[in-house]
Write a protein that binds this ligand. Sequence first.
Ligand code: NAP
Length: 206
Amino acid sequence: MSSKGVKIGIMGGTFDPVHYGHLVTAEGARCEFGLDQVLFMPSGIPPHKTKKRVSSPEHRYMMTVLATLTNPHFEVSRIDIDREGISYTIDTLLILREQYGPTAELYFITGADAIFEIMNWKDADKLLKIAHFIAATRPGFSLEELPVKTQQWVDEHQDRFHVLKVPAMAISSTDIRERVRNGHSIRYLVPEPVDHYILRHGLYQD
Ligand code: NAP
């Protein structure tokens, strides 16, 4: 498929579970960067979480589908969860480049903590040739908070890095899992169908 000039956002994340912070980030990026579509991409086995306990890809995929249903610009992709092995972003972006063609502009969106580690990701330099990177961060964050080496690297590639300030980034999946474990409400932190799904499947109860 060749998609001339089309702008695609890719929301990469574990989404365990997906929450309103993610949805506000995706919509914010769509509006600010004029994206035609945002593809939510739940990771299969996240590269840095091979030893951590993460909910099954199918649960994370289903919750992401439920959360994004009402936005016609959002879609959920199974590319990472259907692929064997660890979800390296380079492999995901190469597949998408092939699917959308050479003229499509790809914007990979994820949390700033993750994106500013990108120097250590597989094929880091190649990644920057394929896509732009949007680092979602809390308001008040400044690039000065980054370690000097990372800061220099980001500066050298500033045309490929963008910072998006998202007030709702105070919501976190870790906090939601803990609330569920402690029997506290997660209402208004996740879309209602996601809340029901978590309850129904007894997720995060251990
Ligand atoms: P993470 O370490 O779980 O998350 C880091 C921070 O970013 C957390 O505060 C997290 O909040 C937030 N976050 C995660 N995804 C987000 C999103 N789409 N929008 C806004 N905030 C987000 O990161 P991760 O989810 O495992 O990884 C993020 C993406 O980077 C994934 O697609 C992963 O495959 C990719 N990645 C690739 C490599 C590589 O290729 N070598 C290495 C690391 C990560 P919540 O916990 O609330 O989500």
